[in-house]
Design a binder for this molecule. Structure first.
Ligand code: GRF
Length: 183
């Protein structure tokens, strides 16, 4: 069975959705890694019986040192793919040159790269909003696009907009993982 690792930083709702839809079905989630010891997703993963590792970035002096440790853990587990699901860290080439990874971003890339994409997309005059799964490269939110899903945000309030963003994420992220792993 193909193996993946999921990295996350906070709520972990995408991680939870991926575990529920794919774990022990089309693939195995061997471990999930949080860089934030207070991430709410840690409990979600534990409740689903998936091994959880906390790698606190604050314990490392340099960004690069954190990335190197992360790469060592991932390589030791010999996974087929690393999945960034709400992982709020900028990664250095130490990571991006060595690890095959994909990320989910809450906009229709190349629009609204970087932080606060949801708010910027919501406040923009562009009616088409959506989410993108893409390959992870050193330049933030710039790797090859694997899958996108869009919706028309006209007339929506922010809460409804965010519900639509999450619904799109929960729909396409598992599909994109299966696609990239040829499952
Ligand atoms: C998602 O909206 C994702 O697109 C963005 O961060 C959010 C993470 O949410 N990168 P969750 O932790 O999966 O609930």
């Amino acid at each position: 069975m193909k193996k993946i690792i999921i990295l996350f930083s906070g709520e972990g709702s995408n991680m939870e959705n991926i575990i529920k839809k794919l774990h022990n079905k089309s693939l195995e989630v061997v471990v999930v890694i949080a860089n934030n010891p207070k991430a709410k997703g840690i409990l979600k993963a534990k409740n689903l019986g998936v091994k959880t590792v906390i790698l606190d970035h604050k314990k490392f002096d340099k960004r690069e040192d954190f990335d190197k440790e992360l790469v060592e853990i991932i390589q030791s587990l010999k996974v087929d793919l690393t999945v960034l699901a709400g992982f709020m860290r900028i990664l250095t080439p130490s990571f991006t040159d060595n690890i095959k990874a994909i990320n989910i971003h809450p906009s229709l890339l190349p629009n609204f790269k970087g932080a606060n994409a949801q708010k910027r997309s919501f406040e923009s005059g562009i009616n088409q909003a959506g989410v993108t799964v893409h390959e992870v490269v050193t330049e933030v939110d710039s790797g090859e696009i694997i899958m996108q899903k869009s919706f028309d945000k006209s007339g929506m309030d922010f809460d409804t907009f965010m519900q639509n963003i999450h619904a799109c994420e929960y729909d396409i992220f598992p599909k994109a993982i299966n696609k990239i792993l040829n499952l």
